[in-house]
Design a protein around this ligand. Structure first.
Ligand code: DAK
Length: 265
């Protein structure tokens, strides 16, 4: 799992490893609690898009350290910026690039997950946590508001009451509270966290890649469309999957009482 040697896509700030169809992207700026500098975001999006194009990779795990997934965007780099600086740097384009990834992206959060860190985790398809995880949008303490999707994705995930509470007061919530409010889907003790994340990622990696893609697209539609349009979009994808070899294999394997072997076609 994480004992693999670092991949060529690794940089000083991002360690990439792969095994069993799973690519691990580990944020690695320990001195700054993995604050998301433009160089780290560039390395992350470059790697994620390259891995997205590699047929041997079926799922990606975005992970930090035990102490911090990411404590936000790099405040030191933003502190003196003018609006024109912020616009011309256009770092939001890096965040938008990440949304082009089609393979399942799993955010595995331990420790601090704040500000841009929380926004990054929420931009992933799945969000799981260790029991020491802490989630928050503390930008209000800096005189600003979330700028990379926090007001939108947090509200959709946990509802208006808790989102307003967190965004207006800067209050941070525990992994258990995040689980209770639907921000994360699973919480494990820190001691077994990476093992469990690996197991979950490998389980997803064993599924049919086209079905994974259609499934994530369909779930995402639920946030963008009316129910009728969403149901229609789901149905088109469902029928479309009957054109894949993996659908034939999946159903044949069931009938023959054996595990399916999916090839991604
Ligand atoms: N940026 C830069 N450095 C950070 C940092 C951050 N977000 N968070 C922590 N660090 C650094 C600290 O400065 C410290 O560095 P040294 O002083 O040792 O050089 C080191 O990490 C360890 O931090 P602490 O000494 O503070 O450690 P503690 O355990 O005492 O406290 C903490 C941990 C996480 C509670 C604390 O560090 C903290 O409150 N950090 C800031 C959390 C925060 O406010 N995050 C939100 C930042 S604003 C956008 C894209 C993104 C964003 C907006 C727009 N567009 C592209 C439009 C996002 C904005 C944000 O995330």
């Amino acid at each position: 799992m994480t004992t693999q040697s670092p991949d060529v896509l690794s940089t000083d700030e991002l360690i990439v490893t792969r095994a069993d169809g799973v690519a691990w992207l580990r944020l690695n700026r320990p001195k700054a609690l993995n604050a998301l500098s433009p160089s780290l975001m560039t390395a992350l999006t470059d790697a994620a898009l390259a891995l997205d194009a590699d047929p041997d990779v079926r799922v990606m795990v975005l992970i930090g350290s035990e102490r911090a997934f990411a404590a936000g965007a790099d405040i030191k780099e933003m502190a003196e910026a003018s609006p024109v600086d912020m616009l011309t740097r256009d770092t939001i384009a890096l965040w938008d690039r990440l949304r082009r990834v089609r393979k399942p992206l799993l955010a595995a959060v331990s420790g601090f997950c704040l500000g841009g860190g929380c926004e990054l985790a929420m931009a992933c398809d799945l969000l799981v946590a260790a029991d020491n995880a802490v989630f928050g949008q503390p930008e209000i303490n800096l005189g600003v508001i979330p700028g990379a999707g926090g007001t939108q994705r947090l509200t959709r995930a946990v509802g208006k009451a808790l989102a307003m509470d967190m965004i207006l007061t800067g209050r941070q919530i525990s992994a258990q509270e995040a689980l209770a409010h639907g921000l994360v889907s699973r919480v494990w003790p820190l001691e077994v966290f990476e093992e469990e994340v690996g197991e979950m990622a490998r389980a997803i990696a064993a599924k049919a890649p086209m079905a994974l893609r259609m499934a994530t697209e369909s779930v995402d539609k639920a946030f963008e469309t009316s129910l009728a349009e969403g149901l229609d979009a789901e149905r088109q994808r469902f029928y479309g999957l009957f054109a894949t070899e993996d659908q034939k294999e999946g159903m044949k394997a069931f009938v023959e009482k054996r595990p399916a072997r999916f090839i991604g076609r």
